[in-house]
Design a protein around this ligand. Sequence first.
Ligand code: IPD
Ligand code: CA
Ligand code: CA
Length: 257
Amino acid sequence: MNDLTELLEVAVRAAHVAGRLHLDHKDRAFEVRSKSAPGDLVTEVDSLAEAAIREVIAGAYPHHAVLGEEGGRSGDAEEEWIVDPLDGTVNYAHGFPVSCVSIGFQRAGERLVGAVFDPNRNELFTATRGGGAFLNGRAARVSGRGALAEPALLATGFPYNVSEDARNLELLRRALSRGLPVRRPGAAALDLCYVACGRLDGYWEFGLKPWDSAAGSVIVEEAGGRVTDLAGEATPYAEMIVASNGHLHEELMNMLR
Ligand code: IPD
Ligand code: CA
Ligand code: CA
């Protein structure tokens, strides 16, 4: 078994443990509090899930570093796990079933493994660098749509400080005024995975954090798509990212520039 396969197995195990916690707590009362803005919620499930993920990772790779949304960074090894224990917290807190666990792994900054698990639909998206992308074990591929006008189905998201940073409202207006369908599902890691499996043709967002995009970006790339900044540089860690099936990437970037 190669190294990446073993790493992916650990990521999947951790994602399943966390997903189980999401489901176990979803109909129970749990503590909800606001973080930076009224819409920026965190539940006790976010912390419980992150602790469970950290335990699985530490059991398998005690010397690896972990960057988690709730617990911050621990360790300084060049092997680093990047964890969003519950992506789509606002949805989750309202019982709107679009949320997931996102776990990425990188070595010396090179993104190598991604696992995103949506327990609401029991959908597991996975990828290893060079090994392809999969949805529940079956090969995942981006869509073949080549032009926005076909029309493409697009998605975006908004940072919690959208009231101070309204840049994306203008971009949304641009897309909608061209008659393009645009969705705002509310879980960035799933938005990326939906590009990877062809449910979306393109997606963009400002202000994502590494834990939102580390895993999903590997999955998009391994499914044949692209994740770049607005200049076309391959990265999921830019101030604004654009993800697509690759075919309409230039056209999408041009619309957003
Ligand atoms: C959020 C979701 C949302 C995106 C926000 C993220 P969280 O993550 O991914 O779709 O628009 O920018 O912060 O807080 O639910 O983990
Ligand atoms: Ca997130
Ligand atoms: Ca989160």
